[in-house]
Design a protein around this ligand. Structure first.
Ligand SMILES: Nc1ncnc2c1ncn2[C@@H]1O[C@H](COP(=O)(O)OP(=O)(O)OP(=O)(O)O)[C@@H](O)[C@H]1O
Length: 274
């Protein structure tokens, strides 16, 4: 193993530590929540990811852009354990090696992913959807008839407020607008208290107003959560206001503010100028 930021960092028992980490607990002592180094993934000899390296700080809101086929989805698949890299390192915090964990373990460790298509329970109310997402017991009816504690009820209410669906709490989720369904699914992810949220084209199909509200929501979540947002909508990326990573042919082509990457001739050539 070559020398990296991860070498020599134990997850527990360091002399002088005020907080001793339990096994599996997220170690953010270096303020980095996600660390990818030289990740490569091949499909039938084609390199979907080609020595991809990326670092996301704790609390950061990062946008990932890039042309079709750049490797954005494959990168998310590697982070969530759906795809194993052929080579490279992937760490969650300092100590959790994502390449050695399966999908449920990674989700349990605190990485939540939202796919493009909402997967909500259409026949249940908005409130019940959030309630179900919080429950560890996923058997729907058992969960629904169990009494919520006051604290759990407060958590659902806080999340309803956060995703701006307080007035829709008792409506069947199937009756929500497309944008509201997306927010509900984000709310369901939040109920599981993820540390890192991966969001795949969250504003696709949204109205301009919904897109603006989604940007506000993400900005409000940053700090407490870390967010990695794959998106093609540049006005949305601009509204997020964070660092932007441009992927191209499975590697990082450019990184920086949106203005900086948009002015980069390589980016203009491969992506924005097309
Ligand atoms: N399971 C697979 N088998 C073969 N090739 C794949 C597989 N998954 C992805 N690829 C290929 O890898 C490349 C990267 O795909 P990926 O979906 O990661 O790109 P993307 O940046 O998410 O693109 P888009 O913006 O279109 O979603 C593409 O050329 C794609 O065809």
């Amino acid at each position: 193993m070559s020398t990296t930021m991860h070498d020599g960092i134990a997850s527990s028992g360091r002399a002088g530590d005020s907080h001793v980490l339990r096994p599996g607990e997220l170690d953010l002592s270096h303020k980095v929540i996600l660390y990818l180094e030289d990740i490569s993934v091949s499909f039938d000899g084609f390199k979907a990811l080609n020595n991809l390296s990326l670092t996301i700080d704790a609390g950061e809101l990062r946008a990932i852009i890039g042309p079709n086929g750049a490797g954005k989805t494959t990168m998310m698949d590697v982070i969530t354990g759906k795809t194993r890299p052929d080579s490279g390192k992937a760490f969650f915090g300092q100590t959790l090696d994502l390449t050695r964990m399966n999908e449920p373990e990674i989700a349990h460790a605190g990485i939540g992913r939202k796919f493009q298509k909402p997967t909500i329970f259409e026949n249940h109310s908005v409130f019940e959807n959030l309630e179900l997402a919080m429950k560890t017991d996923k058997r729907v009816w058992k969960s629904l008839f169990a009494q919520l504690s006051g604290e759990e009820r407060d958590r659902v209410s806080d999340t309803l407020k956060r995703i701006r669906l307080q007035t829709e709490a008792d409506r069947p989720a199937g009756l929500l607008s497309h944008g509201q369904k997306q927010w509900l699914e984000i709310g369901m992810l939040l109920m599981q208290e993820p540390r890192l949220l991966l969001l795949d084209e969250p504003v696709a199909g949204m109205t301009d107003e919904e897109t603006e509200r989604t940007a506000e929501l993400f900005v409000s979540l940053a700090g407490q959560h870390s967010l990695v947002v794959v998106e093609h909508d540049m006005s949305f990326v601009e509204a997020l206001g964070g660092q932007v990573t441009v992927l191209h042919e499975g590697s990082v082509l450019a990184e920086g503010s949106l203005a900086k990457v948009q002015a980069d001739p390589r980016v203009i050539e491969v992506y924005l100028g097309r």
